[in-house]
Design a protein around this ligand. Structure first.
Ligand code: SF4
Length: 150
């Protein structure tokens, strides 16, 4: 079960979207120089349908996107919850900030509208750095990944 450590409304993580960004604990990636090491341990509230209904309902008129910040320990849960959000709130897009270098086998990327792949490497910087190793994609309805910029 994914756990929500914290959340915020953000405008910069996903271009042209107002996102409810949920920081997910139990990150397995252990990137050296990690900017959020408090997300390594298990902490926060379980992301059940009840919890998400309560959280998203409070912001559903204001947000255009739900962004999973992490969740690499349980990609199948990211996939399942993203599909559920899209069925419950069709106007809300979904995005996944993953620290993996590649999508996990069998992951149905069509449940997402946006995807960030790549671990954090301190000397290369995050998505806004010109040297970054991380890649941001828009996801086409057929699942094609289109490299994009934030
Ligand atoms: S993926 Fe993000 S939270 Fe996880 S170890 Fe890397 S930088 Fe830290």
């Amino acid at each position: 079960m994914l756990k929500c450590y914290s959340y915020d409304i953000v405008c910069q993580e996903i271009p042209d979207e107002i996102s409810l960004a949920v920081n997910i604990s139990c990150c397995p990636n252990r990137c050296p120089g990690c900017h959020s090491p408090w997300l390594w341990e298990e902490a926060g509230e379980e992301m059940t349908e009840d919890m998400l209904t309560s959280l998203i309902s409070g912001y559903s008129a204001a947000i255009t996107c739900f962004c999973f910040m992490g969740g690499d320990a349980e990609p199948s849960e990211v996939e399942k919850i993203s599909r559920w959000i899209k069925s419950r709130w069709p106007h809300i897009k979904t995005a996944w900030y993953s620290g993996r270098a590649e999508l996990p086998d069998g992951f149905d990327v069509k449940v997402l509208d946006y995807l960030k792949l790549g671990p954090y490497i301190e000397e290369l910087g995050g998505l806004k750095s010109p040297d970054t190793n991380q890649v941001f994609y828009k996801v086409s309805p057929d699942g094609t990944l289109i490299k994009s910029h934030i």
